[in-house]
Design a protein around this ligand. Structure first.
Ligand code: ADP
Ligand code: MG
Length: 857
């Protein structure tokens, strides 16, 4: 036999065990494990889930649990690692997040009823994309699993969140970038591929983006047909069958809470690529990758997890349909008028739990009585919420499920344990048999008293007693003096003779005794069964509960937007049919909240004939912020929210592209300039005249000439060929002459100088800026004074105000410049290469520094 050696301890491998020697329990384990070779098998033994062999070793390493051994009939003990049943969740969560799949194997019968080994079987498999326990999931995120099929030159992505029971299909043209973009935007956690014909793609998804990949060449037949019976497209049907095979057959999930499939039409929504979503910090910040200080962080005032997810999906999918957008505005207006109703609704929504995920848990998780109480409490407030929805005139409506509420109110005990086999699940008064059993359990003493009374009357023996010992159980005790009065017809059987008395039992007594002793066990069993019946009742209402969840989510999300409108002084935008932007007093909502300084509001005026705003201004003046502000305003407007401005008139955009700042794709290791060009290309290829493009300091990542030429060429192209609204910030002042072209307008962010210090006004005004204040910014950054003075000197020379060569002056000690022609100086050589009109202030400082270094030699 070979051994795995870990920490100098030897452990046997599962595949090399002589199975004939195994104990029956371990043999059962082996048979089940054979069916789940890739999963970690959590094998239920009493109060623990045990993992054996390699699973045990791995689990002890990953979870830092003690590795022990179990006697299984072999010479060596089998390596074993145990996780307590009661606190299994965090362990599962940790393992699943690391990409392991877990097969949960339960006892399928009560050990007491079992003949021989208790029947066991895997009841479900959990993987990253199919967690249903709301405790393990982020409340504000969906958890998607997807099937990707490559059919007829199209990627069909069928994706769903099993925890909420939602299912979608989306077509993506066969372009790998698009596919990855979509997968990342949706934040899909696990992907099922039909075959591995594109190894590169699956490796990329797996290694670079941490998405779990499974190959599964199967389709689910003859189940859940209602999900696709009305679909015409074969590839959609196949997509559903492919995803469901994995979820239903491989992972043993009941997905009856998936009510329907939604075919997503990307054309209905404002298109944003990953870069845009990242650059605009819609869901997380660029630097820390955190939700805090992102736009969703600002806008999410929801009270329920469902509402939070709904709001997120609104922000991910801003609308393009004017009517739909306006209907959201109308609801916000209405809520602001009826603020008392709104505040009451907020209080009531606070009582609502994650109904959507509770539905998921009901269908394919371990629903416990605490979860059911959450359902109950959520249902309680429904009539009142529904009433207010009607008063507001909103068209979300649902059945308020008060019958189910009554059932749960009557049935479920208020402080139940997590487990289902400990009793305390069901309230008194719900079930007669249960009440009787409880009476018997608690009424042992009363029973004795009443039996004693009854038997004394029946037999006429005055001092007859009923007692109990552990060894004998219940007995009837009669003192020696009265023994003669015991008659055969009493049915007493003598059991024990003591000095002063004799003890008897009777059939009635034994029967009662059995009842009392069994009562506990029966209570547990009965409570379990009653709980399961209640669970069935919940299952029957599942579609309706999902309807409720959906309505509450929308209500919660719209209330959240109304609250934001109040709290952040947002204004209702006017949607224009012509391509004109007219924003007065626009703000960046997050910067405004977070920045310590007063935020300077700015207008953005772009008439129909203006395509491009060419933005100049010193570093740190607020160019990038101004650009982001416009994009965010548009996105907010199209998601149906009011916007951060004094007034706003906007057309509807179809796509937004951004190339902002240094969002180096560190993971995929592409260089800044390459990323820059790829993002720019993406915009140029895909934008239409209804799109918005933000190009922030394009060309910065390469040499000056290259950069400027490319920037100009791109600017001209976009302005002429695409003619969409474009904000183009640049540090190449030379480009400002382009405003002679039709469609291009110069604006600049103002700064002013006082006593040699630059002050940023953050105010955007018409026209180009004449000065770039690079040296002043360097001063702000704390550069040495000598160096700054020197830079000033050089600048004067380059600007032509000072004819004296700055190099000459500074280097005369080191070189003899009386006969400059004869001297070959590295400083001069370097200088000859410099075109002062085509370098940035930063370049100037760098060159200056180099010159200084050279001059020292
Ligand atoms: P640039 O892109 O011109 O270098 P940024 O847009 O990055 O400048 O802005 C620089 C800093 O100025 C930011 O930290 C931001 O907080 C602040 N800022 C920008 N715009 C404004 C504004 N309108 N009002 C107040 N502060 C602003
Ligand atoms: Mg900037």
């Amino acid at each position: 036999m070979t051994f795995v050696i870990i920490n100098d301890v030897m452990f046997m491998k599962r595949c090399e065990v002589d199975r004939s020697k195994l104990s029956p329990g371990m043999r059962q384990y082996m048979e089940i494990k054979d069916q789940y070779p890739e999963e970690l098998l959590f094998f239920r033994l009493g109060d623990f889930y045990e993992l054996f062999f390699e699973d045990g070793i791995l689990c002890s390493r990953e979870l830092e649990l003690t590795l022990t051994g179990k006697n299984a009939g072999l010479e060596e003990r089998v390596p074993m690692c145990g996780v307590p049943f009661h606190s299994v969740k965090p362990y599962i969560e940790k393992l699943v997040n690391k990409g392991y799949k877990i097969a949960i194997c339960e006892q399928l019968e009560n050990p007491k009823d079992a003949k021989g080994t208790v029947k066991r079987g895997v009841i479900q498999v959990i993987s990253k994309g199919t967690i249903v326990d709301y405790e393990m999931l982020k409340a504000y995120d969906n958890n998607y699993i997807a099937s990707i099929l490559d059919i007829n030159g199209m990627y069909t992505i069928t994706y769903g969140d099993i925890s909420t029971g939602s299912l979608y299909i989306l077509d993506v043209i066969k372009d790998k970038d698009k596919l990855i973009n979509t997968i990342l935007n949706l934040n899909i956690k696990e992907i099922i591929l039909y075959e591995n014909n594109d190894v590169e793609l699956s490796l990329l998804l797996k290694n670079t983006y941490g998405i779990d990949i499974t190959i599964s060449p199967y389709y689910l037949e003859n189940q859940y047909e209602y999900l696709y019976k009305d679909l015409k497209e074969m590839r959609y049907i196949l997509g559903i069958k492919h995803l469901l095979y994995y979820v239903v057959v491989k992972e043993l999930k009941d997905v009856s809470h998936i009510r329907e499939v939604e075919i997503v039409n990307p054309l209905e929504y404002l298109e944003m690529d990953v870069h845009t979503i990242r650059n605009l910090e819609l869901f997380e910040t660029l630097r820390l990758k955190e939700r805090t200080y992102s736009l969703i962080w600002l806008l999410d005032k929801t009270k329920t997890a469902m509402g939070s997810r709904m709001l997120k999906s609104w922000l991910s999918n801003p609308l393009k349909d004017k009517k739909e957008i306006i209907s959201r505005y109308d609801m916000i207006d209405k809520l602001r008028q009826e603020f008392i109703l709104k505040d009451e609704l907020i209080t009531e929504l606070d009582e609502v739990y994650d109904l959507e995920r509770l539905c998921g848990k009901t269908m394919c998780g371990n629903l416990n009585a605490r979860d059911v109480l959450q359902i109950k409490r959520s249902l309680k407030v429904l009539p009142s919420i529904l009433d207010k929805i009607k008063k507001l005139g909103f068209n979300f409506t649902f059945n308020d499920e008060q019958e189910l509420y009554q059932l749960l109110e009557k049935g479920i005990y208020e402080e139940p344990p997590i487990g289902l086999r400990e009793g305390f699940l069901i309230k008194d008064g719900y079930n007669k048999e249960l009440d009787e059993l409880k009476e018997i359990r608690s009424g042992g003493k009363e029973f004795i008293a009443s039996l004693e009374e009854q038997e004394r009357k029946r037999t006429g023996i005055k001092n007859l007693k009923v007692g109990y010992t552990k060894v004998f159980g219940y007995y009837i005790e009669i003192s020696k003096g009265q023994i003669s009065q015991v008659k055969d017809e009493f049915g007493y059987e003598r059991r024990q003779t003591l000095t002063n008395c004799e003890r008897f039992i009777s059939p009635a007594l034994k029967e009662k005794e059995a009842m009392i002793l069994n009562a506990e066990e029966k209570i547990i069993e009965l409570e379990y069964n009653l709980f399961m019946e209640i669970k069935e009742q919940i299952k029957k209402e599942i579609f309706n509960l999902k309807d409720i969840a959906n309505s509450l989510a929308m209500l919660d999300a719209i209330i959240s937007l109304a609250t934001c409108a109040d709290e952040y002084s947002l204004v209702r935008p006017e949607i224009l049919d012509e391509r004109r932007i007219e924003i007065v007093g626009g703000r960046h909502p997050v910067v405004e909240r977070v920045s310590k300084n007063e935020y300077v509001a700015n207008d953005c005026m772009m008439n129909e004939d203006v395509n491009t705003l060419l933005i100049t201004g010193p570093n740190m003046s607020g160019k990038s912020t101004y650009m982001r502000q416009l994009a965010i305003t548009i996105i907010m407007a199209q998601m149906g929210s009011f916007v951060p401005a004094t007034s706003a008139k906007l057309p509807i955009f179809d796509k937004i592209f951004t190339r902002i700042g240094a969002s180096d794709d560190l993971v995929s290791g592409e260089s800044t300039f390459m990323v820059e060009m790829m993002e720019a290309k993406n915009a140029i290829v895909n934008a239409t005249s209804d799109s918005l493009i933000l190009f922030d300091e394009l060309g910065r990542g390469t040499a000056t000439y290259d950069g400027m030429s490319l920037a100009q060429a791109i600017l001209e192209y976009v302005n002429k060929e695409i003619a969409c609204k474009t904000l183009f910030s640049t540090h190449y002042h030379e480009l400002t002459i382009l405003d002679e072209l039709k469609g291009i307008k110069n604006v600049h962010v103002e700064a002013y100088l006082k006593d040699g210090n630059v002050t940023f006004l953050h105010k955007v005004n018409d026209g180009a800026v004449d000065k770039s204040y690079g040296i002043h910014v360097a001063k702000l950054a704390g550069m040495p004074k000598d160096l700054l003075d020197r830079a000033e000197e050089i600048l004067k020379y380059y600007e032509g105000n000072d004819k004296k060569s700055p190099v000459l002056e500074n280097t005369q000690v080191a070189f003899n410049f009386d006969e400059p022609e004869d001297v070959s100086s590295p400083v001069l050589d370097k200088l000859k290469d410099v075109d002062p009109l085509k370098i940035t202030p930063m370049d100037a400082i760098n060159i200056l520094y180099e010159l200084k270094e050279l001059s020292k030699k």
